[in-house]
Design a protein around this ligand. Structure first.
Ligand code: ASP
Length: 439
């Protein structure tokens, strides 16, 4: 058995957190490959080391004095090292970093040092070998992750290693320069390492005990999701639910490796399992609810629209000409609605409307703004009748006007459009009917 364990920034923010992590790893000898993030916030007012590195590098790049900013970063690591009682010195590493900053080694290089240095501490603390991610994780000339080359080199490298620490978040370009993934990218590294060694499980340790059915800022103490499929997670993540980096799903998904989200501060909790498919029924018809505010609906009407071949294409062309992607496309007999992101659309609206007139010659076009979309997601909806009906009646009881409803063809999600101002009330009404009263 082999498990890959990735620890997020808050799990590694201090010596105390490192000790919890050490205990978790030593408790299970299958936890052989460790992917650390950079030290995160120790409290809500604290700054993540990654952000300190970006700020420090910006000073260096603009020719300002950055030594105090760099010393502050060094102090964060020294505090961890001395707290753990390690005999490790990062003096030489910091001298190299300072020199590279002066030589303007790049923002990605700068940010990557957060994980790189934390990886060294982790390796020393655990007695595991350190593998620099720049030697095993690769990007192509266009800056896209090179999955094939990485798989080949990384699996070969780890094959002979019983244990290893591979820092998250970065890799190397073909010319050897360091490149990072987007923010939160250590999740992706964990997934890549899990794929390379054909891990049995990818454990992703963070500061929450898994995914919640709904946003805790809207629902007080929402229940946790025990099992969620990759597809369900994609739907929810797209609609704003976040714990894991979106791109972290793909490498493990191809290999059928489950992801287990766990809480470093409550290791006894079983967390959430993200799996390819499961016969584990979710306790409720729905698995989760997520949503976003800030959409516009462009309503287009034309008599006999239904019989006009190519009408939809012409309308969408008008959006494409302005480089605007659409979110949803519910349609009726003589009407069609295009949902778009308000902030993207607002500056281009008149251009798009006139293009719709020019291309599709509709009778009317009108725009409704300040709308929210809510996704109700669940594999259980496929085998349950009346889900949409229950959502409607819950919203009617809460006096919410439903602007749109759209069931995805996979039957695992229903999207509902409401006014921004009804967003929270709508989510509460849906949560109540499926989870609280479990009708
Ligand atoms: N340290 C990086 C960030 O703050 C990457 C990560 O934590 O996953 O975005």
């Amino acid at each position: 058995m082999a498990k890959v364990v990735k620890f997020g920034g808050s799990s590694l923010a201090s010596a105390e957190q490192f000790e919890k992590v050490g205990k978790i790893i030593h408790e299970d000898k299958d936890r052989r490959y460790v992917v650390p993030s950079a030290p995160g916030k120790r409290n809500s007012k604290d700054t993540k080391v990654t952000d300190m590195l970006y700020a420090c590098y910006d000073l260096a790049e603009s020719g300002q004095d950055f030594s105090a900013a760099l010393r502050a970063i060094e102090a964060r690591y020294d505090e961890i090292i001395s707290g753990l009682g390690l005999k490790l010195s990062l003096k030489d590493e910091f001298a190299t970093i300072e020199k590279s900053f002066r030589e303007k080694a790049g923002r990605d290089y700068a940010a990557s040092r957060g994980e790189y240095l934390n990886g060294h501490i982790m390796a020393a603390y655990l007695g595991f070998e350190f593998v620099d991610a720049a030697t095993v994780i690769f990007f192509d000339e266009n800056g896209n992750f090179d999955a094939d080359k990485t798989q080949e080199v990384l699996s070969e490298k780890l094959k002979s290693m019983k244990n290893a620490v591979v820092p998250g978040f970065y890799g190397a370009m073909p010319d050897g320069s360091v490149k990072t993934f987007s923010r939160g990218g250590s999740d992706i590294t964990g997934s890549i390492v899990a794929k390379a060694i054909h891990a049995d499980v990818y454990e992703n340790w963070t500061d929450v005990s898994g995914f919640l059915i709904a946003d805790p800022r809207i629902i007080r103490n929402p229940e946790k999701i025990e099992f969620i499929t990759y597809r369900e997670l994609r739907e929810l993540a797209y609609m704003g639910a976040s714990v894991l980096h979106e791109d972290a799903i793909f490498p493990v998904r191809q290999e059928g490796i489950p992801i287990n989200i766990r809480n470093t501060n409550m290791p006894q909790d079983s967390g959430t399992w993200i799996v390819g498919s499961t016969c584990q029924k979710s306790r409720y018809t729905i698995t989760g609810i997520a949503g976003k505010k800030g959409f516009c609906a462009v309503n287009i009407e034309k008599d006999m629209m239904n019989s006009e071949v190519g009408f939809g294409r012409k309308v969408l062309q008008a959006f494409e000409e302005s480089d605007i992607s659409f979110e949803h496309l519910p349609s009726g007999i003589d009407t069609m609605t295009v949902f778009v992101h308000q902030d993207e659309f607002i500056h281009k609206e008149q251009k798009v409307v006139s293009a719709i007139h020019r291309l599709a010659k509709p009778d009317t076009v009108d725009i409704e703004s300040d709308l929210a979309l809510i996704a109700v997601v669940g594999r259980g909806m496929r085998s349950t009748r009346g889900t949409a009906g229950r959502i409607f009646s819950a919203l009617a009881h809460a006096h919410i006007n439903v602007k749109m409803i759209d069931q995805g063809s996979s039957e695992i999600n229903i999207i509902i459009g409401v006014s921004n101002s009804d967003f929270e009330t709508a989510i509460r009404a849906i949560y109540d009917i499926f989870v609280v009263t479990r009708l």
